[in-house]
Design a protein around this ligand. Sequence first.
Ligand SMILES: [Zn+2]
Ligand SMILES: [Zn+2]
Length: 192
Amino acid sequence: MNFEEQQRPTWDEYFLMLAKLAATRSTCLAFPVGAVIVKNKQVVATGYNGSPSGSVHCTAQGYCYPGLSSCDASKTLPSRAVHAEANAIAQAAKYGVATDGAKIYVTLEPCLSCLKLIISAGIREVIYETSFNSGNSLFVRDSFIQEGLITLKQIQVSEYIAEKAGSFLLNLTSISKLDPIQSNHRGNEDKG
Ligand SMILES: [Zn+2]
Ligand SMILES: [Zn+2]
């Protein structure tokens, strides 16, 4: 692989970064999660965690439930949020987009409810960034894997690609490297 190719994200990094961007739209105060459903290297749906469409956002009212800073701060009240994966699958359903044979990229390992939904939606592969399941949930998750229903893979965006993406977000992205006048206007140009 030549240098220019090494500077590009892998497909896994590319779609995980898109999931991370989707997470910035999260409306729940618990923690942000983003999901991207991918088929044949094409994004078919995206989602992030938040209250159901049309319901007031936790971020808008400043709490998940009155007196509760976060949807996961209560052991008794259920979360108000639709999880990112469920929202992505719902979005696909809403617009009639097939998810059969797709992959899903998520910033957080799917909970069991989402994993069951993912399997039933025909999605065969989960690529996630942060672990979530433990104990009995892990046992059930692994039983689905052993049944051949789903594969899970944990990945991270390499530091180099993350820095590059961060620089793209902080600066104007589409500036020619060959145009000296435009180059002079670049704030944080890497002279390397
Ligand atoms: Zn919430
Ligand atoms: Zn979930």
